[in-house]
Design a protein around this ligand. Structure first.
Ligand SMILES: [Zn+2]
Length: 140
């Protein structure tokens, strides 16, 4: 019986030592994961920012910093649209779906998928090109 107790206690000590060693060796996060998530004297429960993660949190932090269009989703007027000066479309990813209103009175939108590193010509003649979106760190 004593040996069983000794083995059980030894296993518990070994496991907790192992877990502590792993936790101590991991790098500290580069961002503050607790920002907006910790209760304070004024707030007893995390707010919307505190509950948000990932892209939603990025968007909320960007809006707090004054950027109302963090993903560049607003309608933009076309640039010159030639082969040498295509309309630049920013994206965080390798491809993006773009809609072109080819004529002023058009009742439909021409949709196309742009891929990183290639120019695409709409049927109206304008060229579009995907460029990387400038990533801004809002202290996620
Ligand atoms: Zn077009």
């Amino acid at each position: 019986m004593a040996s069983l107790l000794y083995r059980s206690a030894a296993n518990v000590v070994r496991r907790s030592t192992l877990i502590s060693a792993v936790r101590m060796s991991s790098e500290t996060p580069k961002v503050d994961p607790e920002r907006g998530k910790v209760a304070s004297d004024k707030v007893s429960m995390p707010d919307t920012l505190g509950h948000a993660v990932g892209a939603e949190r990025f968007e909320l932090l960007a809006r707090l910093a004054g950027n109302e269009d963090p993903f560049d989703m607003n309608v933009k007027s076309r640039a010159k649209g030639t082969v040498d000066e295509p309309t630049l479309i920013p994206s965080l990813y390798d491809s993006r779906i773009v809609g072109c209103i080819c004529e002023e009175d058009a009742v439909s939108i021409t949709w196309m998928t742009l891929h990183k590193g290639e120019q695409k010509r709409c049927m109206c003649g304008y060229y579009f090109k995907l460029v990387p979106l400038e990533y801004k760190d809002y202290g996620q």
